[in-house]
Design a protein around this ligand. Sequence first.
Ligand SMILES: N[C@@H](Cc1ccccc1)C(=O)O
Length: 506
Amino acid sequence: MASQMEFDLTERILLHLESCEEVDTLHLAQQFGIEHQKIVGAVKSIQAHGELLKAEALTHKSLQLTEEGQSVALRGSHEAIIYAAVPGEGGIAQADLLASGGCNAKLGFSKAMSQGWLWLDKSVQPPLIRRRVANIVDHVQEQLLQLQLQLAGGEAQLSVSDLTDYKKRKLLQELSIKSFRLSKGPKFATTLTKLETDLTMDMLATGQWQQLRFKAYNFDALGASPMRGQLHPLLKVRTEFRQIFLEMGFSEMATNNYVEASFWNFDALFQPQQHPARDAHDTFFIKQPAHCFELPEDYVRRVQTVHSVGGYGSLGYGYEWQLAEAQKNLLRTHTTAVSARTLFQLANQAGGFKPAKYFSIDKVFRNETLDATHLAEFHQVEGVIADVGLTLGDLIGTLHAFFCKLGITRLEFKPAYNPYTEPSMEIFCYHPGLAKWIEVGNSGVFRPELLLPMGLPRDVNVIAWGLSLERPTMIKYGINNIRDLVGPKVDLKMVEDGPICRLDHV
Ligand SMILES: N[C@@H](Cc1ccccc1)C(=O)O
């Protein structure tokens, strides 16, 4: 139906052109009583058939009164309205006058003053505004009224200085309209033969293709977007973090076991067995298999000793450490469990300890109450450096270098507490987009109670930090509710339309 109408319109245009030399598409629109845009569309489809017509682009400039201009033409200029508000005899206080004159009162007042229509009488208290002249001629209104009539008739006469003045006062606006001047082309005809879009076997076999006319290729067509997979924002930000770590010479830790023994998640990290984080309220314990029996025996014994009676210069916690508690399987609550495993390997590898830099980015699980910013499973980004004689200064310097690569240059640190690090620092950064300081991570220097039982040399220090992956992703992508980022309510369109990279400081 629609294409039939379109076809009729193309033929109407060609028929019209047969009887005249040239025609402007705006006139055609007026004459046919059809939207100009539709005429232009029909002209384009005629052009697809070859050189039936010539179309020359034109730009028409036309003037129009703005809404304010129309109101001035109807009710008078702002200055005339103000003048009328001043009583013929006596006067009015300036504040009362301005209050009576609506939103343009101030402008009207200053114009009326500069025209010399009003004056300020300071000989009385309070000073009064009085009329200086007995009557006025509102040229602005007259001119706009006249202009309105002229525009309705087609042409307007206005001096250049009045034109710029009215445009500046936003009483007049200039519109520019694009149209086409049509004339007959070298292959002019009044009917359109339907162009073929496909070359078929039949056409070739019968030789019919030689008579047929084919539609030209449109190399500007955007084409249908192909079905394809999309990277989720979390994956893109993860790639960014991984790239930064790799640039800084870190190697990736093996994070492929979500299920860990409590031993690696807590005990190895000098976290006492009564610690509230080890409660089922905070941690998901595994029912089947409930326990892990493959723990390095000697090391387990050293951990037991340091927890219960101390050692390596520490008093320990002084409680009765239970192997059964350490054997409980759980979903790891932080990737520091992976760091513990990796550091133990580093201490006991063939050839002995060598300085190392590790990172990981993977899932962790906590028995959280779900809300707009908390999920029960999320990702942690973790960095660890083990070397001889590292200090807190090294940690601060490394964090600066790390965050600088993310585009974050202002960092502040707040003393904090972790069972496994001393000192510990929360990391805050200034976010120029949000214009505030936000907490981005946690960090510290691993305690000797953790490192020495592993078998690391006494002079080796380990600095480490951890952050969530979801938080920076939400900030980067302007997402306020974590459920819009992860889970069944995620809008796939958000994933599909998400930019490949994003400038943060806008
Ligand atoms: N494991 C800590 C982060 C951290 C890592 C390394 C050192 C200090 C802190 C957390 O879950 O928040």
